[in-house]
Design a binder for this molecule. Structure first.
Ligand SMILES: O=C1C[C@@](O)(C(=O)O)C[C@@H](O)[C@@H]1O
Length: 803
């Protein structure tokens, strides 16, 4: 989404008269350019708040925050589960020890940089002291072997980093002894794979809770004998999937004699998992399906399953499929040792005699749930009615065991396909581009959606991109959304429409239609202005107004409007025709006084006002860095209004940054309470922040020279942004001091200086609007149509320019 900085009408000056005199001769170091900006911006930048004693930052999970917010209107809180994003956690705080191979010590500093910690090479485990807690320690594989078994596991987490490009498998002893193992290639090196791995194994990021909160989740069962074959099409294959299953039992490791081994070796499987993870951001499901359950893994030796499945946990695979027939001791061990991975218990019955309404079915469930985060039960049936028996079983389980792990249950074969359209948790899907289907009756995401649509379960809706007339080229966005709907088999229609301030083209008019299926707003609109003049929005939910997500509530800006059914009754399912303009009220002119039951939007429907941009920002920031790189750090946010800065501030709050210096806008009241915000009031204050040492007395409250610079200033301020970025850049520019610059403004239209170039020259990793837009689109589609369209597909399908 393009972020267009607002026009300001404020004539307040940034610095008071006193200050102006004081900075007539600003400190030399800061240079003339900045001085010119400060003088020039005096006329346009809003007055900064006087400094107040900053409160201590609070956790994003503190519900207290929400209660404190004064909103113009009280809105019902969003029920649990609407936030699709899990917030970053502090996670494992043990000393991270990276074991590196011969000549590979540089991987230690990459780990350190991703984690935002210093690194230090040491000679042995015994040399590690309690002072090293926040340091990433590197040990060579040779020296690590000597002490790894005896290390203090309470204070040390050992990661064996092995470069597969060197042609040797990892050392068997080290693999077995370490806590985790990171397999990587040198050329190309995928830093985002490392960031994802380490964020997962240290428990800083987890997608499981967010996935389980989604109304429906799917995973694609890949059936390739070699993952290489999947890679060219992986972006298309994974549209609509929330996870990718690697069927380890179907992998065929080539042997020198031209044949292939019955069981692929651990080192081959490790490489295959690495390859897949390098190319997809989706969580991976690691499956060793046995011969009795339609797989190829032999069953004579259950310990073999333990070896492979435990190794998958060490590789940081997100989901581990553990078959129920395995001895209890193995299932228990894997469950206990799963770390941040999740166990998917799996049960398949191919006998044709399995009955859902039986004591046995319930026993299977009860046994499965003992060591599971998700229970999967799959059977062959003979009669269509057995699909209804499964639905009865599903609802009974939900009612009788409300605290049990989610149940994923489908029937196989053509007769069972109906159940694949009804299952909501991790429905296995296939894709026409796969060599074989993984199980009889498997359907693709498009087939499931088409089936739901023809059964009236997925009514055709109108989904809008509501843009302001200033936004460029609406057509490519429409093409992109159409492509996605088409790929997913969704019946919806999409149109980009321009919003007017009032009358038939105003936002509420687009929303108040029978066939309204949701909208994104570009640019975002403030919650207060949306509801202040709208009797329609105010009339929703029996007069309590639209539901507001926690993000939208705090940010105050709405960029996504989601339609939600209030009760179990289904929406009117007749096909909605796409109007060229919203329906007019009878008297044509005024919308005041219309009520949602007469016009358009069906009764029992709520609208959820949400914000997807902050999630786009968070995903961009955590693509190449683990959340800990930001915890407690100082950040600088440049914007010409609080509205432009609010999504970024929310993302920074989620990342628990320590302190935020602001330039150009007034601290939004909602954030003043839970982020430590300090407006730059003078050149001197900038200078001071630049030079604060991170070893200073206030380490831990986010002081130290800023690690992150976020700019929401538009193209007309490019030169200024570049100047500020240089100012905060690392002087030495060593690998470990790489900082992050995030440019929220769309610069593709101007030829002005791109501040990202200046940022990269000054030791920053720089990200621009295209990245944030793509990540935001992922979130928007999840919110609007409940489907996961991976970032890589968004980038691919939207063309180079991204809309
Ligand atoms: O467990 C399952 C479900 C499945 O068997 C199916 O029926 O679609 C396909 C398998 O790949 C997967 O592991």
């Amino acid at each position: 989404m393009h972020i267009t900085p607002h026009q300001h009408h404020s004539h307040h000056s940034w610095l008071g008269f006193e200050d102006r005199r004081r900075y007539k001769n600003p400190p030399r170091l800061l240079g003339d350019g900045l001085t010119r900006f400060m003088t020039a911006s005096m006329a346009t930048v809003q007055q900064l708040e006087p400094m107040r004693p900053p409160p201590r930052p609070q956790s994003i999970n503190d519900n207290v925050l929400v209660k404190d917010i004064d909103m113009a209107m009280t809105t019902p809180p969003l029920p649990h589960g609407t936030t699709l994003c899990s917030s970053p956690q502090r996670g494992d705080t043990r000393t991270v020890v990276i074991i590196y191979g011969c000549g590979q010590e540089k991987i230690v500093s990459v780990f350190a940089e991703v984690l935002g910690a210093p690194s230090h090479l040491k000679k042995s485990f015994e040399d590690i002291t309690p002072e090293d807690q926040d340091v990433v320690i590197g040990l060579s594989a040779e020296s690590a072997k000597l002490g790894i078994a005896a290390r203090d596991k309470r204070s040390i987490i050992a990661i064996n980093a092995h470069c597969t490009s060197l042609g040797m498998p990892p050392d068997v002893y080290l693999s077995a002894q370490c806590d985790y193992e990171f397999l990587y290639t040198e050329e190309p090196f995928f830093r985002r794979d490392l960031a994802r791995f380490v964020s997962h194994v240290l428990g800083q990021l987890s997608h499981h809770e967010a996935l389980m909160a989604k109304p429906r989740t799917y995973f694609i069962s890949t059936t390739f004998p070699d993952v290489h074959a999947a890679l060219p099409n992986i972006d298309i294959l994974t549209v609509g999937s929330d996870a990718v299953e690697i069927r380890v039992d179907l992998l065929q490791e080539p042997l020198p004699n031209g044949g292939h081994s019955t069981i692929p070796s651990l080192s081959y499987v490790g490489e295959q998992v690495m390859l897949l993870r390098q190319r997809t951001e989706l969580p991976i499901i690691f499956t060793t399906r046995c011969t009795k359950e339609n797989g190829r893994f032999p069953m004579e030796n259950p310990d073999l399953y333990y070896q492979y499945l435990y190794r998958a946990i060490q590789w940081g695979v997100e989901y581990i499929d553990v078959e129920l027939w395995l001895p209890e001791a193995i299932r228990r061990r894997l469950y206990e040792q799963r770390g941040n991975s999740r166990i998917m218990s799996a049960f398949h019955d191919f006998s044709g005699t399995f009955k859902w309404p039986s004591r046995r079915a319930e026993e299977v469930f009860l046994e499965s749930r003992r060591y599971a985060d998700i229970v999967k039960m799959i059977a062959i049936i003979n009669d269509h009615n057995e699909n209804f028996e499964l639905e009865y079983f599903r609802s009974k389980i939900k009612a009788e065991y409300p605290d049990a792990p989610p149940l994923s249950a489908v029937n196989m074969g053509e007769t069972g396909q109906f159940s694949r359209t009804l299952n909501k948790v991790f429905t296995p899907i296939t894709h026409p581009l796969l060599p074989i289907i993984a199980a009889p009756g498997q359907m693709s995401a498009a087939e499931i959606n088409q089936a739901l649509a023809s059964l009236g379960q997925l009514p055709k809706k109108n989904i809008y991109g509501i843009i302001s007339p200033s936004i460029r080229s609406a057509t490519p966005q429409a093409t992109f959304y159409e492509k996605c709907f088409n790929e997913l088999g969704l019946p919806h229609q999409f149109a980009v429409v321009e919003r007017q301030a009032k009358g038939p083209g105003c936002i509420e008019a687009w929303c108040n239609q029978k066939g309204f299926g949701g909208a994104y707003l570009n640019p975002a609109v403030s919650f207060t202005s949306l509801v202040a003049h709208s009797t329609f929005f105010a009339s929703l939910n029996n007069g309590t107004g639209p539901i507001l997500s926690e993000a939208a509530r705090l940010i105050g800006m709405v960029d996504t409007i989601v339609v939600r059914q209030n009760s179990t009754s289904h929406a009117a399912s007749g096909p909605a025709s796409m109007p060229s303009s919203p329906p007019r009220h009878q008297n044509g002119e005024s919308f005041s006084g219309f009520n949602s039951t007469q016009l358009g939007l069906p009764p029992n429907t709520s609208l959820v006002f949400d914000n997807a941009s902050w999630k786009g920002i968070l995903s961009t920031l955590t693509r190449d860095f683990a959340p800990s790189a930001y915890f407690g750090c100082a950040a600088v946010v440049l914007a010409s209004s609080a509205d432009d800065a609010a999504s970024a501030l929310f993302a920074l709050k989620a990342l628990r940054v320590g302190k935020v210096y602001t330039i150009g806008f007034k601290t939004p009241p909602a954030f003043g309470k839970d982020l430590l915000i300090e407006p730059f009031t003078s050149l001197e204050s900038i200078q001071k922040a630049r030079t604060v040492s991170s070893n200073g007395a206030d380490v831990g409250v986010g002081s130290g020279s800023p690690f992150l610079v976020v700019s929401a200033l538009g193209s007309e301020r490019s030169a200024l942004v570049a100047l500020l970025v240089r100012l905060f850049g690392s002087r030495g520019g060593t690998a470990n001091s790489r900082k992050v610059f995030l440019d929220l403004a769309d610069r593709s239209v101007t030829r002005k200086e791109d501040p990202r170039v200046a940022a990269e020259q000054s030791g920053f990793a720089a990200y621009g609007a295209a990245d944030i837009t793509a990540f935001t689109t992922v979130e928007t589609l999840r919110l609007l149509v409940g489907q996961n369209v991976p970032y890589s597909f968004v980038r691919l399908a939207s063309g180079r320019g991204l809309f």
